[in-house]
Structures are given as structure tokens and as C-alpha cells.
Design a protein around this ligand. Structure first.
Ligand SMILES: C=CC1=C(C)c2cc3[nH]c(cc4nc(cc5[nH]c(cc1n2)c(C)c5CCC(=O)O)C(CCC(=O)O)=C4C)c(C)c3C=C
Ligand SMILES: [Fe+2]
Ligand SMILES: [Fe+2]
Length: 333
């Protein structure tokens, strides 16, 4: 039977994979940072204060002060290719695409800023992806990160007449592939240091203490990742939470407090890793690597090293390929 002339044509069906991360400004300038922070900090998953109380504070105080200061920090980490988080996210997607071949379309997106989750889902759909795995690259589940990415997915699906079958990558905080990748990569980096650290700090992004009391599993996921990892490493580890924001009580101990207290306790040689970040970003390169080192040395510390995240290195990509192939079972071998 002949198709009516008005009948749309469809591309070859394929499987899509969308790697998502948090997001970053388009440029290390006040205006770009303000746009990014406005979207980020207006997300009710991130700041759980009723909008009527929060929006005036955000618009009159925070967006008038923080963007300039944050832009300065972004300038310290910005590369010729762009923001480290975006550059690494793109490389992770390109390398995963190479590993999975043409039957799968791999793309990447950011929850805040660009490229956005709805734009890249549109792109995958238009390219023929009728089955899509959305993979928020957060090992530890958190409402502010994992659930928020899935909100963006469900908002997109909500508007579609015909939408894809969807799978989402579960948190992988205790997955053997994740722990093994960290073990391998951190051991490689520790072996390459020109000193032997007395302590390895495992620094996770902080969250308000209240979220733990309300049932967010993030704190427990971080503690379990840290325990499983520390069992594999020869150096003693401490867990800490970084990037405190606002006046509320956040998870403790705070990374900066821990670094400042070490020298008085006789700990003078420290390495620091951020296993909850799948890619290096402002929070690892600037906050840990620059500010953290300054704070530790000023307090009397002697040697300090920041270890890289898994990024697009061999160990991290082996893990990502394993996790993604597992989730694609039955869709693609
Ligand atoms: C990895 C998990 C992360 C959690 C959990 C998280 C929670 C969280 N963050 C803020 C406030 C800010 N975070 C900022 C940047 C930022 N945060 C994460 C990760 C987590 N955040 C990443 C990967 C980045 C990206 C940095 C980049 O390179 O672009 C910022 C912006 C920078 C700044 O102005 O300091 C803010 C603000 C809150 C409030 C929160 C949980 C409630
Ligand atoms: Fe953050
Ligand atoms: Fe816990």
C-alpha cells in the first residue's frame, strides 16, 4: 500500500545513550555565571526552601554577589577548550561512542546550562533513538543531582506524543566496577607521587544535614563508597564533605576544617581525591587543588597532592563501558 504524501519519514531506529552531568557556565564571566547560577539555584531539588521565601534572597543577594566571585574562580580553571567539566564530559561521550560502535548513539548533556538535557534528547530522538538510556554520572544518589536530572527527562517526555522507551542508570556507589576503577586509578596516581601521604582524604560534595534526616541516601552512599574503597587501599583514609553553601548545617566533617586541623594532629603529608565526581571541575581543581592546598600549608602542612577524578582515563572508561553495556542488555549486545 502506498503511503499518503503527508506521511512522515523516519530514520533508522537505534539505541541512544545520554551521559549527563551537573552543568557549568558557558564562559568564565559574571553574566554567564549569573545565568547558570540562576537556573541551578532556582531548582527546588537543590534549594528546598519555598520559592516565595527563597527567590527574593536569590535574586537580590546571591545573584548580585556570587557570580563575580565564582567567575574569578572559574577563570583559574578554564582551559582553551572550555570549562573542564564540559570538556571532560564531551571526551567521555566520544570515547564511549568509539567503544560501543555505530549501533548506539552516544551523546552528553548538562542539567544546567548547555548542552541541555531536552536539546540533546531531541537530537537523539531525531537521529532515530527509540530506546534511550539516560545515565546521570553521579555514583551516589542524591535528590539534588540524580533526581533532578530525571526531572529534566520526565519534563521532556511529558511533552512528547511519541517518545522513546527509557532506561536510567542506577547509582553505582557500591558497584564492583566503580570501586575497582577507583582503586586502580588512585593507586596509579599515589604511586607516581614524590612523597608518601600519611592520609588520603576522600572528599565528597556536601549536602544540607537536613536532607539526610529526610531520607536522602546520599550520605550513606558516600560512606559506603569510601569504606569499600578504603578496604582496597594501603593508605589510611578520612571522609569529608566539601563546598558548603549557605547558612544551614551541612554534612560534616567539612573538608576545609579537616585540612586545617591535620597539621596540629601531626598529619603533614596529605593526598586528596574526590570519588563522587565523575569529572574534574571547579569544585575539585579550584576548591580542593588550589584553596585546599593553601589552607593545609598555611595551617602547617608540608606536602599536598590532589588526585584526578576518573575523567576520560582508561580505568574510568572501562567502568563506564561496563555499566552502560549492562544497562543496555537486551537492547544491544
Ligand atoms: C557531585 C555531586 C554534587 C552535589 C551533591 C551537589 C550539591 C549542591 N551544590 C550546590 C551549590 C553549588 N554547586 C556548584 C557547582 C558544582 N557542584 C557539583 C556537584 C554537586 N553539587 C558540580 C559538578 C559543580 C560544577 C562545577 C563546575 O565546574 O562548573 C556551584 C557553582 C559554583 C559556585 O558558585 O561555587 C554551586 C553554587 C548546592 C546548594 C548543592 C546541594 C544542595
Ligand atoms: Fe554543587
Ligand atoms: Fe548515612
Amino acid at each position: 500500500m502506498e503511503k499518503p504524501a503527508s506521511h512522515p519519514t523516519f530514520p533508522r531506529e537505534r539505541v541512544g545513550v545520554l551521559l549527563t552531568n551537573l552543568g557549568t557556565p558557558d564562559a568564565p564571566e559574571t553574566g554567564s555565571v549569573r545565568r547558570y547560577l540562576k537556573q541551578f539555584l532556582s531548582d527546588r531539588r537543590v534549594v528546598e526552601i519555598p520559592a516565595i521565601a527563597w527567590q527574593p534572597i536569590l535574586r537580590t543577594i546571591i545573584l548580585n554577589t556570587r557570580p563575580k566571585k565564582s567567575a574569578e574562580a572559574y577563570r583559574e580553571v578554564w582551559t582553551d577548550e572550555g570549562s573542564p567539566l564540559a570538556v571532560i564530559a564531551r571526551k567521555q561521550a566520544e570515547k564511549l561512542q568509539e567503544r560501543l560502535g555505530d549501533d548506539v548513539l552516544v551523546d552528553w548533556a548538562m542539567r544546567y546550562g548547555n548542552p541541555s538535557i531536552p536539546d540533546r534528547l531531541d537530537h537523539l530522538w531525531q537521529a532515530g533513538a527509540r530506546k534511550i538510556l539516560v545515565a546521570p554520572l553521579y555514583p551516589q544518589y542524591c535528590a539534588a543531582t540524580t533526581a533532578s536530572s530525571l526531572d529534566a527527562l520526565s519534563d521532556w517526555l511529558d511533552k512528547k506524543r511519541w517518545g522513546p522507551a527509557i532506561r536510567t542508570l542506577p547509582p553505582y556507589f557500591d558497584d564492583a566496577a566503580y570501586i575497582a576503577a577507583l582503586e586502580k586509578d588512585l593507586k596509579r596516581q599515589l604511586d607516581a607521587l614524590d612523597f608518601t601521604p600519611e592520609r588520603l582524604v576522600l572528599s565528597f560534595h556536601g549536602m544540607p544535614q537536613r536532607t539526610l534526616e529526610q531520607g536522602d541516601p546520599y550520605h550513606c552512599h558516600c560512606q559506603k563508597s569510601a569504606r569499600l574503597l578504603s578496604e582496597k587501599l594501603d593508605v589510611p583514609t578520612d571522609v569529608a564533605f566539601q563546598s558548603r553553601f549557605g547558612p544551614a548545617q551541612w554534612l560534616t566533617p567539612a573538608t576545609d576544617d579537616l585540612l586545617k586541623a591535620y597539621p596540629d594532629e601531626g598529619v603533614k603529608k596529605v593526598a586528596i581525591a574526590a570519588p563522587g565526581f565523575s569529572a574534574d571541575c571547579l569544585e575539585t581543581i579550584e576548591e580542593l587543588g588550589i584553596r585546599g592546598e593553601e589552607e593545609f600549608l598555611e595551617a602547617g602542612g608540608e606536602q599536598f597532592a590532589r588526585l584526578d577524578c576518573l575523567n576520560d582515563g582508561q580505568a574510568g572508561m572501562d567502568m563506564l563501558e561496563e555499566l552502560v553495556r549492562r544497562e543496555l542488555a537486551g537492547w544491544f549486545m
